[in-house]
Design a protein around this ligand. Sequence first.
Ligand code: MRU
Length: 366
Amino acid sequence: MKVRVHGRAKHFRTVSFDSRTNEVVLIEQRRLPHSFELTRTTTHKQTARAITNMTVRGAGAIGATAAYGLAQGVRAFSGKTESAFARQIERVYETLAAARPTAVDLVNAMNDVLVAMDEGKSIMQKQRLALKAAKKFADEDVAHCEAIGRHGAKLIKNGSSVLTHCNAGWLAFVDIGSATAPMYAAQAKGKSFHVFCDETRPRSQGAALTAWELDQQGVSHEVIADNAAGHLMQRGEIDLVIVGSDRTLGRTGEVANKIGTYTKAVLAARHKIPFYVAIPLSTIDWNLRNGMDIPIEQRNAIEVLSACGVDNQGRCREIRVANPASGARNPAFDVTPPELITGIITPAGIYKPRELWKFRRKLGGE
Ligand code: MRU
C-alpha cells in the first residue's frame, strides 16, 4: 500500500526482510497514526519481542514476521553439527511460537518454513530454504488478500455503508489486508461507499490504524465508539459488516477475532445485516474441534484502565481513566459461532462457515 511520507506516496510492506543484514524490517505500529517509522530486529529474540509488544500485530503480519524470524534464527547459526543446528531450530521456533497465543497464522507460517527446510541436504541449504519459504509465505499472504478483494468486492454496493472492527487492513497483513481488501477492490471499480471503523478499545486499532489506512487510501470513513454500532444498525445506517479473524476453525466454522466481534455479530443478526469474515488460508486451524479451546490472550489490565495518545506537543501519553482503586479484565479476543456468520471470504471464494471442512482440499486443509 502507498503511504504519504513527507507529501510523497511510497509503497511499503508491513513486514519485509533484509537478507544482507539478516534483519526483519517492520512498520512500528505502536507509533501510528502519529508518526510513520520503520524499525529493524536483528535477532530472533528481538523479533519475538516485537510480536509480543505489538510493534507488529495482526494475524497475517505476525505470521510473516514469525516466518522471517525463524529464517533469521537459523541463518544466525554458526555451529558445525546437524544436532546443534536441530537444537537451534527448536529453540528459535519455541521462542517465536510463545510470542502471542491466539492467531494461528504464526505457527502455520513457521510450520511451512520447517517443511521447506526438510528438503535441504546440508545446514547451508536448509538456511537458504528457510528464507525462501518465509518470503513465499509473505508473497502468498499478499496474493491471498488480493484474491479476497476480487471475491468480496461484489458484496459492497454503490452508496452502501460498511462496518469493520479492529484492524484487518494492510497493517495486519503483509499488504492490502483481509477485511479491507473488498473495500479497496470496490474502490478500484469506482464504487462509492462509506466505512464505519469501530474504535476497538482497549488498544484502539480501529481508531488509530484502520482509520489511518482508509485515510491514506482516500476511502470515506468515520470512527465510531464501540457502543455506537447497535444504534446505527437500528437506524438503517449499516448495510454490511466485514471483519477479519485471528483463527477460524476449519472443522466448525467458529471465528476468533478481536474482542467485541461477537457482540457485533449478535447485533447484525438481530438487524438482518450480512456479517462476513475475510481470511487468508493461513488463518484456518484444521485441528481444533471446539471454539472454546482456542487460546484467548489475556492482556494487561492497564490497557482497560487507561488510554494512550499524543498530547499537543506530539508526546505519547498514557492517562488513567478508570477509578484508581479498581482492577480490570482484558480478554483480547472472542469467538463468534457459525450461525451468526453469513459467509467467510477466502482467496478461493466465499463459503458458509460450516462448509469449510467440506471444501478443505480447495482451502489448503490437506
Ligand atoms: O491484537 P491484534 O491487533 O494483533 O489483533 C488482531 C486484529 O487486528 C484483529 O483481531 C483482526 O480483526 C484480525 S487480524 C487480521
